[in-house]
Design a protein around this ligand. Structure first.
Ligand SMILES: Nc1nc2c(ncn2[C@@H]2O[C@H](COP(=O)(O)OP(=O)(O)O)[C@@H](O)[C@H]2O)c(=O)[nH]1
Ligand SMILES: [Mg+2]
Length: 175
């Protein structure tokens, strides 16, 4: 892969309520989101708004323009992932680190993401500020992924989110 490019398209994917929209809002300027009130009563216990099409934001890392696209999280909207993945250079997969159960649910969603093709990617385990959250090394073991490709994330903290973004940009540049 050529390292000579003037922009990167990076997808932010992961299961429902893992922190995708928050990630894009924390990192990017000119954010566009397509959040609407949650219609299902079960899902509305988890959060009030959900992404129906995608989140979009632009930022830059080391002088390279980065276009971020956050996927919708509900399973019935997963067809959008293939659409959004067109032309992407890599992706960040946010694992919901709330509990072991959340991590195991994220696993199935990760398998779906991988079925879209081989792309450079990184795992970020969100909600590290919550007591009892699952640590990245445990997720690396469970997912069978190198520890260096699994990072901790507190989604609404800029430094934390930026560290994740910087790492995926490095991985993409390495080719
Ligand atoms: N405590 C904590 N809450 C988070 C974190 N990331 C996301 N959230 C919360 O989790 C919920 C879902 O986040 P959202 O970004 O809408 O998830 P999405 O469905 O993946 O887009 C919201 O209430 C967020 O405030 C985090 O790192 N720590
Ligand atoms: Mg969202």
């Amino acid at each position: 892969m050529s390292t000579q490019r003037n922009y990167l398209k990076i997808l932010v994917s992961g299961p429902y309520a893992s922190g995708k929209t928050t990630f894009v809002k924390t990192i990017a300027s000119n954010v566009l989101t397509t959040e609407v009130p949650v219609s299902s009563s079960y899902e509305s216990q988890i959060k009030r708004y959900t992404t129906v099409a995608f989140d979009y934001g632009k930022t830059s890392v080391d002088g390279v323009d980065v276009y971020l696209f956050g996927t919708p999280g509900q399973t019935r909207l997963q067809f959008m992932w293939r659409v959004l993945s067109t032309g992407m250079h890599g992706y960040i997969f946010i694992v919901d680190g709330t509990s072991m159960l959340h991590v195991m649910r994220s696993r199935a969603v990760y398998d779906y993401m991988k079925s879209l093709g081989e792309y450079p990617h990184i795992l970020a385990v969100s909600k590290q500020d919550l007591p009892g959250s699952v640590k990245p090394n445990i997720v690396a073991q469970l997912f069978g992924i190198k520890q260096e490709n699994v990072m901790p994330l507190v989604t609404y903290e800029r430094n934390s989110a930026y560290a994740v973004l910087k790492r995926i940009v490095e991985i993409i540049k390495r080719g």
